[in-house]
Structure formats: structure tokens, C-alpha cells
Design a protein around this ligand. Structure first.
Ligand code: COA
Length: 431
């Protein structure tokens, strides 16, 4: 559409002009992860001296999250749906809040009026011939937030890759800021020997033709390294990254055997480098949809051979998983972990896998623990966990008694901790 600017001339403004419409006391929801509309957020931050008590709702904040920095708390109160490197301290110091919620259910906070949205700051592609802009790398809660906001401000950025699925028409955008800038990138993580050993153990649990959900980080990327001999894998995942591109180009991921959305890479957001963004741009096999579809356990469960792979900070000897707290400190959030674990449980021949290194803090702490740390939350309940995997092997928990679970988990703990775990388990009456 060459003449789209003429059609929306009254909506075309600078970032500074657009954010003049944010008022003190508003709830602002920002585009997610690498889809963050950086120019709009920057312009909003510049108004800090004039604003008070603006609530910023954001999940994975990949940008600098200046609204959560010390000194900003009078102007902006961050409501984190997930805690990350740039927001953790603010939550810890009570300058920001954390709201627990399954990722699949976040859209309903907005659409059902539980957290009514005043302003949605989103980032999209330029419009197509019919006037539709693609949500690019972030459909997740961004689309439902935009659909329920009083005011939608969009950064139209030609660097955003055009993905299929979620889109918004120019008519549904109130203010348009045309500003091109490269997307935020997530660099590939460092994969060490421990991650490789975990990856190899997880790969053994993945049959040809399986549909995969992969979490974020070194472990999911390490798993991908060991899948090169598999056939016809598929992707239905909250997100995916560069590692999936490598396997797609090698012909390992074909999506041919997926029970639904056959032939398609399905996700709700994407995080990676330009390599990923180039791969998904105008790729008819890639679709992004809102998280209430992609992460819906009922949708996930319709895939036969669905395998969910997620990580954790700690697993206790009953199989309870803590993936989000270090003691009473909120470290991350539930994200889509439980959505996919529940979905994989419903799937014919589905498997849910929790994969984690056996130790933390340079080997000083066992992540297989007799009990979860005092103050920590249970992210995934013991009833939901099928497999726990460390670099020392695989513990299958489904259908196992408490006694069997404790023994299996001690068996995959670091050898340095096995005898003390055994003593603790005996003292607790688990064994
Ligand atoms: N006690 C104390 N410290 C611990 C610990 C424990 N039990 N477990 C981990 N740590 C420390 C690590 O040593 C590390 O510290 P460092 O950064 O100083 O080295 C830090 O916590 C992070 O641990 P790590 O294992 O590197 O985390 P990660 O980046 O691989 O993330 C999760 C792991 C569990 C936090 C992450 O996967 C997550 O947030 N999961 C929940 C959401 C989810 O599963 N989403 C899935 C769909 S995308």
C-alpha cells in the first residue's frame, strides 16, 4: 500500500507527540520481549517529570526498562508479569510489583476488564495492501491488550519482520509513529558441557515426528544440538529462537507430522538475532497468534507426541518444581511453563520434561533439594511432572510413588550431594 500515509495522515505523529496522550494514573501495556516499541517507551520515559503514578504492565522486558530504575517510582509503577534482569531489582526493592498469572490467561486480565488498559504501546510492520500491519515478533498479550485499550499507539517499524497470523488494521490504531530501528536481539546463550549433557539426555526422550515446545535459554538450545538425526519434528511453542532455524534449514523440523496446524511453525513471540528475524519475514510457514491460543493447554494437547521442555531453579524430592524464586526473591515467573506441561499431559503420547543442571552457585548448591527453599513458590505441581532431567540422567516421575520419586531424583542429583539428600529424605520419612 503506497498511499497509506495519505489515508492516515491525521494519525501520523512523532513519538513525543504520541505520548502526550498518556495521563497520570493511566495503565500502559507495552509490547513484549523483542517486540518492545523502543522509541515509544523512550519518549514516555522523557515525560517522567510531568507524570505521576503511571502503571507500566510488561512481561519479559528486553530493553533497559528505565521506568523501573531508582528515582522513577513517583512517575512510573512497574507491574511485572515476569521478572528479568532489568526489572528484578525493582521488584526486590518494592519499587515495582509482580503479578503471578499463567501466560495463557494474561489476555483475559485485559479483555475481561480485570486490568483495564488505558494505553497500548505496540510495534508493528508497515501495512500491507489491505492496510493490515503484522505484529511481527510479539503477538502474545500485545494483540489482546491493543484490542481492549482505550488508546493504541503504534510504532511502525520497517525492521519488524512480517509474520503470518496476528495483525492489526490501520483503522484500529489511534496514533502512528513511523520510526525505523533494528529490533532488540537475544544473543545465543553459552552452552557448556553440563548443558550439552542435559541436551543429550533430553534428546533421547524425543521421538521422530514429535511437536516441541522449547523454553528460553541454554538448555533448550543445547537440546536442539542433539536433534540433528531426528525426522519431521514440529514446533508449537510459546517462543522459538535461532536454534530452530538451524534445524529447519537442515530439514529436521518440517512440521509435516503435526496433528493440527500441519506444516506451520506456531508461536506467540520470537526472540533471537537477525538470522531468526530474516527467517520468519514473509515466511508462509510461520504464524504468530495471541498467547490465549498458542499456550491454551487444550490447543497444545491436541498435538499427538507433544513434548514440552522447560527449566527450573529447584526440584524437591516429591517432584515439586520451583522455576521462579530463589528463596523468597522473585527471580522470573511462571511464563508458559504450566500451560505447556498441562497441554503435554493431555496429548496422545505427550511428555513434559523439566531439565536443569544438578547444581547452582558453582556447584555449592544442589538444585535437587529435599525441600524447596523457604519462601519459594511451587511453579509446577508434583502431579504434573513427567520427567526431570539433569546432566546425570533422567528421573521418570509419572506414576511413581513418593518413595520411588525421591530415589529417582536423588539418582540424578550431583554425586557430591547424594548421601546428604538420602539422609534428609530418610529424616523426612520420604524413603
Ligand atoms: N539456589 C540458588 N541459586 C540458584 C538456584 C538455586 N536453587 N538455581 C539457580 N540459581 C542461580 C544460578 O546459579 C544462576 O546464577 P548466576 O546468574 O549468578 O550464575 C541464576 O540463579 C540463574 O540460573 P540459571 O539456571 O542460569 O537460569 P536460566 O537463565 O537457565 O533460567 C529459569 C532458568 C528456571 C529461571 C527459567 O527457565 C525460567 O524463568 N523458567 C520459568 C518460565 C518458563 O519455564 N517459561 C517457559 C516457556 S518460555
Amino acid at each position: 500500500m503506497n498511499n497509506w500515509r495519505n489515508m492516515v495522515q491525521s494519525k501520523l505523529v512523532s513519538a513525543g507527540q504520541a505520548v502526550q496522550n498518556i495521563q497520570s494514573g493511566d495503565r500502559v501495556v507495552t509490547g513484549h520481549a523483542c517486540g518492545e516499541p523502543c522509541a515509544l517507551i523512550e519518549a514516555m520515559i522523557a515525560r517522567a517529570p510531568e507524570l505521576t503514578n503511571v502503571e507500566i504492565v510488561h512481561m519479559v522486558a528486553m530493553g533497559p526498562a528505565k521506568y523501573a530504575q531508582p528515582g522513577m517510582e513517583k512517575s512510573f509503577r512497574h507491574n511485572a508479569l515476569f521478572v528479568g534482569g532489568t526489572t528484578r531489582k525493582a521488584v526486590e526493592e518494592k519499587r515495582a510489583d509482580f503479578t503471578p498469572c499463567f501466560f495463557s490467561e494474561i489476555p483475559r486480565l485485559f479483555t475481561d476488564g480485570i486490568l483495564p488498559v488505558d494505553v497500548a504501546l505496540i510495534q508493528v510492520t508497515p501495512p500491507d495492501a489491505e492496510g493490515y500491519c503484522s505484529y511481527g515478533v510479539s503477538a502474545d498479550y500485545t494483540k489482546p491488550a491493543a484490542e481492549s485499550a482505550r488508546l493504541v499507539i503504534a510504532q511502525v517499524n520497517s525492521y519488524v519482520p512480517r509474520t503470518g497470523g496476528a495483525r492489526i488494521h490501520l483503522d484500529a490504531i489511534n496514533l502512528i509513529v513511523e520510526q525505523d530501528e533494528p529490533l532488540i536481539e537475544l544473543k545465543p546463550p553459552k552452552i557448556g558441557d553440563v548443558e550439552k549433557a542435559i541436551g543429550e539426555n533430553v534428546a533421547r526422550l524425543i521421538p521422530d515426528g514429535a511437536t516441541l515446545q522449547l523454553g528460553i535459554g541454554a538448555i533448550p538450545d543445547a537440546v536442539l544440538l542433539f536433534l540433528t538425526d531426528k525426522k519431521d519434528l514440529g514446533i508449537h511453542s510459546e517462543m522459538f529462537s535461532d536454534g530452530v532455524v538451524v534445524l529447519a534449514e537442515a530439514g529436521v523440523i518440517t512440521n509435516r507430522k503435526k496433528t493440527i496446524n500441519t506444516g506451520k511453525f506456531m508461536a506467540t513471540f520470537l526472540m533471537g538475532t537477525k538470522k531468526l528475524y530474516d527467517f520468519v519475514n514473509n515466511n508462509p510457514a510461520v504464524e504468530l497468534h495471541s498467547v490465549d491460543y498458542i499456550n491454551d493447554p487444550y490447543i497444545v494437547g491436541q498435538h499427538d507426541n507433544m513434548i514440552s521442555i522447560n527449566s527450573a531453579l529447584q526440584v524437591d524430592l516429591m517432584g515439586q518444581v520451583n522455576a521462579e524464586m530463589i528463596g523468597s526473591r522473585q527471580f522470573s515467573g511462571v511464563g508458559g511453563q504450566v500451560d505447556f506441561i498441562r497441554g503435554a499431559s493431555c496429548s496422545l503420547n505427550g511428555r513434559s520434561i523439566i531439565a536443569l543442571p544438578s547444581t547452582a552457585a558453582g556447584g555449592k548448591i544442589s538444585r535437587i533439594a529435599c525441600e524447596l527453599d523457604r519462601g519459594a513458590a511451587v511453579t509446577t505441581s508434583r502431579n504434573d511432572v513427567h520427567y526431570v532431567v539433569t546432566e546425570f540422567g533422567v528421573a521418570e516421575l509419572r506414576g511413581k510413588t513418593l518413595r520411588e520419586r525421591a530415589k529417582a531424583l536423588i539418582g540424578i542429583s550431583h554425586p557430591d550431594f547424594r548421601s546428604s539428600l538420602m539422609l534428609d529424605a530418610q529424616a523426612k520419612g520420604l524413603i
